[in-house]
Write a protein that binds this ligand. Sequence first.
Ligand code: ADP
Ligand code: MG
Length: 338
Amino acid sequence: ELPDEFFQEQAELKDYLLINKIGEGAFSRVFRGIPQKNSSKAYLTRNFTECAIKVIQKDQSSGATIKKDEQTKKSTREQVMKEVQIHKLITCGEGAQNIVQFVDFQESENYYYIVQELLRGGEIFGEIVKYTYFSEDLSRHVIKQLALAVKHMHSMGVVHRDIKPENLLFEPIKHIPSKKPVLRRSDDPATKLDEGEFRPNVGGGGIGVVKLADFGLSKQIYQTDTKTPCGTVGYTAPEVVKDEKYSMGVDMWGIGCVLYTILCGFPPFYDEKIDVLTEKISRGEYTFLRPWWDEISDGAKNCVRKLLEVNPDKRYRIDDLLNDEWLNTYDAVRQREA
Ligand code: ADP
Ligand code: MG
C-alpha cells in the first residue's frame, strides 16, 4: 500500500507520472517516473522513456520529521538549489558519461523535484550485499568508471564529498548467455572462459555502465575558466586555498574506501563507537585482514594504499589513479563484452 504522502507528491508534480519508489536518502524519496510526452517539458525528456525523480520535502509540511523553523527552511532551499546548480553544471560537457544526467527541476508548495536519468540496476551497494564481494576484474570495471566521473568533476572544479556505494548506480548488462555457473572470482583459473564465451562479470552479475549520483554535498571550489576560488578575486586566505586544494583529496579517499569495500566485502574502517572510529580514520588505521585479503593481488592492495594515504600530499590524485597499473590491467572478459 502507498502512503498518503505519495498522492500529495504526485498531485503537486507536473509533466511526470510517479510509478514506484526506488530509493531513499536522509531527506529524500526517489521514484521511477514516466515523462508525459504531451507536456511542455517534453523536449527535455525526448531521450528518456522513464526517469528517476528525487523528491525532497519542504520543512514545514505536516508530519514532517525535519525541523520547522524559518532558518532551516531557508537553508534547505539553498542546499537544494546548490545541488541542482552543480548537477546541471557537471551534466554538461565531454566526460560526463559516468555522471547521472540531470533532466529537470520543479518546485511546488511542499516539495522539490529533481528529475534525472534512471539507472535501472540501482545501487552498487545492493550488489555488495547480494554477492558479498567483487572479483578484481569487476572491481576494476567499477572503479575505472567512478574515476572517470571524479575526473570530470574535479576538472570542472567540483568536489563530490559523498562518494560511497549507495551513491554509485549502475545499468545492468542485459541478456548474457552463460553456460558455466557464476563463480565469485574471475581470476580463478578454474573459471576461465572458453574462446568466444560470454559470462557475467563474475561475483556481481551484470554490472554495465556505472554512474555517480547524489550531488547533495557537492561543492564548487573554483571556476574552470579562471581557476580562482569561487566568489573571491585574489583576497583568499592561504588556509582557504589549502583547504580547497585538499578537498579534492576527500573524493580520492572516498574512492579508496569504495575500492577496499568492494574487493573484500567490508569497509576499511569500522567501529560501533563513533569516537573510536573517528580515531581509527584519523590515523589511517586499517589492515588487509586475513583471510579475506589473502588472494587479492599486490596491485590491487597498492592501489588501495595510495588512495587511503593519510598524508593528502602523498595521496593519489585523480590522474595518478587513472594511470595506476592495476587499474589499467588488461581484462579479457571485459574486452570481449565491449
Ligand atoms: P540522498 O541525497 O537523500 O542520499 P540520493 O540522490 O542519493 O539521495 O538518492 C537516494 C537513493 O535513491 C540512491 O541511493 C539510489 O538508491 C536511488 N536513486 C537516486 N537516483 C537514482 C537514479 N537516477 N536512478 C536510480 N536510482 C536512483
Ligand atoms: Mg545518497
